[in-house]
Design a protein around this ligand. Structure first.
Ligand SMILES: [Zn+2]
Length: 202
């Protein structure tokens, strides 16, 4: 869950909203790379939308099309080694987990990994100090599509996002089948409301 007490530090909106275009949103996809990455990339391309992907390194098989993600202008961030709640790990174990996630992604892409999203949005003081040490910027979200809960009724994902989205929102989605089913319609609706899709500095 989002740590509201730390909202001032963690809210991405204030830091990253593109103020030249106040209706700019940031789309983020967690828990990949998965088997539905390609259809997600296809839909984003069709809408000329850029997004951030937060990847678990245990899922990062070489055959996943990471190259296409980079070439099409998206950002790959870290989402830990194996998605454990970091607040249950010692400082040393958090360091090992996040560092290995960063190295894995950087070794594969040859690019610096700049952003990290802690699993479940859970973090503590140790997480912050590790991120600082590894020169990583924490990146949470403001609007959850709750796509992991709506496998049976993916239309609800659209409603969650449309109901809560506001200027500059960072939107949390996942690399899931049900998300693919509604992504085209979701982007179409957001664009109809005047929103565009931007990215933080690379
Ligand atoms: Zn996750």
């Amino acid at each position: 869950m989002y740590d509201w007490e730390n909202k001032d530090i963690w809210t991405n909106k204030r830091k990253w909203a593109d103020h030249s275009n106040s209706k700019s949103l940031i789309l983020t996809f967690d828990d990949g790379p998965s088997s539905v990455l390609i259809p997600i990339l296809d839909i984003l391309k069709r809408h000329e939308a850029k997004a951030m992907f937060f990847w678990q390194s245990r899922l990062l098989h070489k055959q996943r099309p990471w190259k296409r993600v980079v070439e099409e202008g998206h950002i790959i961030g870290g989402h830990s080694l194996r998605h454990r709640d970091l607040t249950r790990l010692s400082l040393e174990k958090q360091h090992h987990d996040i560092k290995s996630n960063k190295e894995h992604i950087e070794n594969l892409t040859g690019q610096k990994m700049k952003y990290f999203r802690p699993p479940y949005g859970q973090f503590n003081e140790d997480t912050l100090s590790v991120l600082d040490k590894l020169d990583l910027i924490p990146f949470l979200w403001e609007v959850a599509g709750l796509d992991w809960e709506h496998k049976q009724d993916p239309e609800h994902i659209i409603h969650h996002v449309i109901n809560y989205v506001e200027e500059g929102s960072v939107i949390l989605l996942h690399e899931l089948k049900q998300t693919v089913l509604i992504l085209d319609e979701l982007l179409t609706e957001l664009k109809a409301e005047g929103y565009t899709f931007g990215l933080p500095p690379k």
